[in-house]
Design a protein around this ligand. Structure first.
Ligand code: SF4
Length: 260
């Protein structure tokens, strides 16, 4: 997944970046020592210790006790379509498009009959609209013809639906059916799992496998929701707001912009 590789934090850290991220005019912050730097965020000795993982999960529970999927939906089918549309697009943008889409095509049976130009016109603002239109029409057809009109409830079946790769399948299984067959790894989970030195893989599937090994099974679903919120609100890609982060004392990422 090139986008994930692109967003991985393993880029050279320049001292200037730390200066730039400090709030302007705050002399006290300017006097603080530079964040401890590492050459790499890859896990080192002790990073995967159960007590450290538990501390990270506890901090996430405290910061995001009610983290849920931000994609608006009323059924597994709607969530499947919304998740397909969310690739390279914000959830907020998808949430603007899906009410129109589902009003016009309220079921998989209706959507499989849609013309591609009409679908493209409705979903245009989500980007990559031609491919996405083909995917959701193909998904509708698969759901109707192979799964009796119902979204399947296993990863094995879901990943055969057009447009539904592992990440999409994990989202639908976790959110709609409460089933964890894997861990959702989107761009936020990929980036922050590296920054927290939990993983070293350079692809989403590799990171997912690592997370599945180190996270308690019962946290597989919540962890992704919480990290996605953390990535949107605090651990931003370009300039993480470390001084507002309750994981700051546990994190020793080379991307840190502030250190207590
Ligand atoms: S301390 Fe900074 S880099 Fe580490 S998790 Fe928090 S916001 Fe992200």
């Amino acid at each position: 997944m090139p986008t994930l590789k692109k967003s991985a934090p393993n880029t050279a850290k320049k001292p200037a970046a730390a200066k730039k991220s400090k709030p302007a005019g705050n002399a006290k912050l300017a006097e603080r020592p530079r964040p401890a730097s590492r050459k790499s965020d890859a896990p080192q000795r002790g990073d995967l210790a159960p007590e450290r993982i538990a501390a990270i999960l506890k901090a996430l529970d405290e910061a995001y006790p009610n983290a849920v999927c931000a994609l608006t939906h009323t059924s597994p089918w709607e969530l499947l379509v919304a998740t397909i549309l969310s690739a390279q697009c914000t959830d907020a943008r998808v949430n603007m498009v899906t009410p129109v889409l589902f009003k016009r095509f309220p079921s998989p049976a209706a959507m499989m009959q849609a013309s591609l130009p009409e679908l493209e016109e409705i979903i245009r603002t989500t980007g990559f609209f031609r491919n996405k239109a083909k995917s959701i029409k193909g998904a509708a057809q698969a759901i109707v013809e192979r799964f009796g009109g119902k979204v399947p409830e296993t990863l094995e079946e879901l990943i055969t639906v057009p447009g539904a790769a592992r990440k999409t399948a994990n989202v639908v299984l976790g959110v709609s059916f409460g089933k964890a067959e894997g861990v959702v790894v989107d761009t936020h989970v990929f980036r922050i799992a590296h920054r927290l030195s939990l993983v070293k893989g350079d692809t989403a599937p590799a990171v997912e496998q690592e997370l599945m090994k180190i996270l308690p099974y019962e946290k597989w679903i919540d962890f992704s929701h919480q990290i996605i919120h953390h990535g949107r609100q605090v651990c931003l890609a370009r300039s993480p707001r470390c001084k507002d982060c309750n994981l700051e004392t546990i994190c020793h990422s080379k991307d840190k912009t502030w250190q207590s």
